[in-house]
Design a binder for this molecule. Structure first.
Ligand code: HEM
Ligand code: HEM
Length: 242
């Protein structure tokens, strides 16, 4: 029954895998950072480790670097696995298989939004706040909240994927098998084909018709751009350069 095994394109596995790996590392080091510097809502007795903040920031930054590529993939080649124009109507078909597929698409989309919020609020953090004991900043609370939202989003994402495809679907994201026609040796050819099409004017139809998903993709990418630029501008204003 090999043909019924779910298969994930290699590019998806790479982008999804790296995002997931760095994100899980950021989530775990976030707990340790909270444990070291805060602990107002309970503590796990982890050793005090002041450098964990910088390590967390590094994993957060790596997630932020790979995330835009994953977003572009998910909204284009992976579009069918995100919310669709008819998704709301399909939510009425409670309990039918399509209902679970629709919920799965919602949780996929939600995971992207949750991560945008976590990365954005992380970029608004100042690394000096926690060492100085400043735990009252609005962005710090937002960033703490983003952890809860992210963990809930991943948990629902995993549950929904387990529900619609069971262990074979979950494992299909982790396998190293590559089908012949999905091999990276075709990538240069596909990129040059794509560039040729763009040159021939394919770009004219890119934003037509404007869809809800397109607006969502642009909103996420703009948020990431602002997350990079805003701290730089703030620093420039603080040091009197602007
Ligand atoms: C889903 C969970 C989280 C993600 C994806 C995440 C991601 C990030 C990102 C992208 C940065 C910016 C890094 C930089 O610009 O260098 C950051 C900074 C930071 N985060 Fe998180 N974070 C998460 C949860 C938390 C939690 C729960 C805490 C609580 C202590 C926390 C504490 C910090 C601190 C103190 C910084 C500033 C440190 C620095 O910039 O080096 N994070 N985070
Ligand atoms: C940590 C372990 C994770 C596992 C085991 C996992 C598993 C999966 C699986 C099996 C699929 C394919 C679903 C299908 O074929 O319909 C998928 C898709 C997806 N996952 Fe995850 N996931 C994980 C983490 C994450 C995280 C952290 C995010 C957040 C950004 C995320 C976002 C997505 C998205 C957006 C898709 C749809 C991809 C596409 O457009 O083709 N996943 N995931």
């Amino acid at each position: 029954m090999k043909t019924t095994q779910p298969y994930q394109p290699l590019l998806l596995r790479i982008l999804h895998g790296l995002t997931g790996l760095f994100l899980v590392a950021a989530i775990l080091t976030a707990v340790w950072t909270y444990d070291t510097y805060d602990g107002r809502w309970g503590r796990i007795p982890l050793p005090i480790f002041k450098d964990i903040e910088g390590i967390h920031g590094t994993f957060g930054l790596w997630t932020l670097l790979i995330f835009p590529a994953f977003v572009v993939y998910a909204f284009h080649r992976g579009q069918r696995r995100l919310v669709q124009p008819n998704s709301i109507a399909q939510l009425a078909r409670v309990g039918q298989p399509i209902w679970w597929y629709t919920l799965n698409r919602f949780t996929n989309t939600l995971a992207l939004l949750a991560l945008t919020f976590a990365l954005f609020s992380g970029k608004m953090m100042d690394e000096t706040w926690l060492p100085k004991g400043e735990l009252q900043h609005g962005w710090y609370y937002a960033h703490l909240g983003s952890w809860v939202v992210m963990v809930a989003a991943i948990a629902s994402h995993l549950l929904m994927n387990a529900k619609v495809g069971g262990t074979p679907l979950l494992l299909s994201m982790l396998t190293r098998k590559v089908r012949d026609r999905d091999s990276p040796k075709f990538w240069p050819e596909q990129v040059s084909q794509w560039r040729q099409n763009v040159r021939k004017g394919a770009w004219k139809t890119w934003f037509q018709p404007v869809s809800g998903l397109m607006i969502l993709e642009i909103a996420i990418l703009i948020s990431i751009f602002i997350a990079w630029v805003l701290p730089v501008l703030n620093k420039a204003v603080e040091s009197g350069l602007v």
